[in-house]
Every structure is written in structure tokens, then in C-alpha cells.
Design a protein. Structure first.
Length: 143
């Protein structure tokens, strides 16, 4: 019996839309990362990009449980000496919630060229306005 190996060129890709309203950020990110990798498909192959496109709307309304708004920080480096910057998640969710969702999903994907290819299939919007109606996205249930 032969083992089926999916090819990234032959995989049918669908578009999904996810509403982040009242959904914890980590649960949202893990589900979206799973769909981006293609783990929801029977043709999942770990070394090929078999995932689908995902649109996340209403990222402003995503939740952080506990005291994460005050105690958790988004850290990045400017590239200069001593350039480590910290932004509390309370401020990040108020100003750039789309970045918070994007980084949460990116952290759950593989840390290689395959992961960089998968993250390009993610679109995050702060509100309900998105311009992907032509792709006919299907709603994806988180819970």
C-alpha cells in the first residue's frame, strides 16, 4: 500500500472567516494556526503547505483572560544596541489588536520557511470591514 504525500500545488485551498468577538486570544490563535497548517484536512502532510486561507475580523473584541492585560508584554527589538522594547498587552490590544492576533498565530506556526509561507495566508482586521467577498469565505466555528 502506498502512502499519499500531498503536494502544495494540487491541494484545494478554501477561505475561512473567523469572528474574534469574545474569544480568548490563545484559543483563537491555536485554531487559526491549525487551519493555516492544514491539520483540519485528511491530506495533511507535515512537510508541505496544505493549509487554507483565514480572515480574522473584530480583533479589537478578542479577550485576554486573567491579568494578562497588565502583566503580559509584547517584546520586540529595534536592531540597535539596547533596543529591546516592551509594550503591555493592554496598550497593544487598544491600539494594534490586529498585530496581537497576528503575532499569536505566528508563534504557533513552524519556525522555518514553511511557517513563513503559511503566515502569508492570514488576514487580520480590527473591525468587520474586509474586502474578501470575492473569495466567498466560509464561517469557521471556534467553539
Amino acid at each position: 500500500m502506498k502512502t499519499y504525500m500531498a503536494n502544495a500545488r494540487t491541494v484545494e485551498r478554501k477561505w475561512y472567516i473567523v469572528d474574534a468577538t469574545n474569544v480568548p486570544l490563545g484559543r483563537l490563535a491555536s485554531k487559526v494556526a491549525s487551519v493555516l497548517r492544514g491539520k483540519n484536512k485528511p491530506v495533511f502532510t507535515p512537510n508541505a503547505d496544505t493549509g487554507d486561507y483565514v480572515i480574522v475580523i473584530n480583533s479589537d473584541k478578542a479577550l485576554l483572560t486573567g491579568k494578562k492585560l497588565e502583566t503580559k508584554f509584547y517584546r520586540y527589538h529595534t536592531g540597535y544596541i539596547g533596543g529591546l522594547k516592551e509594550v503591555p498587552y493592554g496598550k497593544l490590544m487598544a491600539e494594534r489588536s490586529d498585530l496581537a492576533v497576528y503575532e499569536a498565530v505566528r508563534g504557533m506556526l513552524p519556525k522555518n520557511s514553511l511557517g513563513r509561507q503559511m503566515i502569508k495566508k492570514l488576514r487580520v482586521y480590527k473591525d468587520e470591514n474586509q474586502n474578501h467577498a470575492a473569495q466567498k469565505p466560509e464561517p469557521l466555528k471556534i467553539f
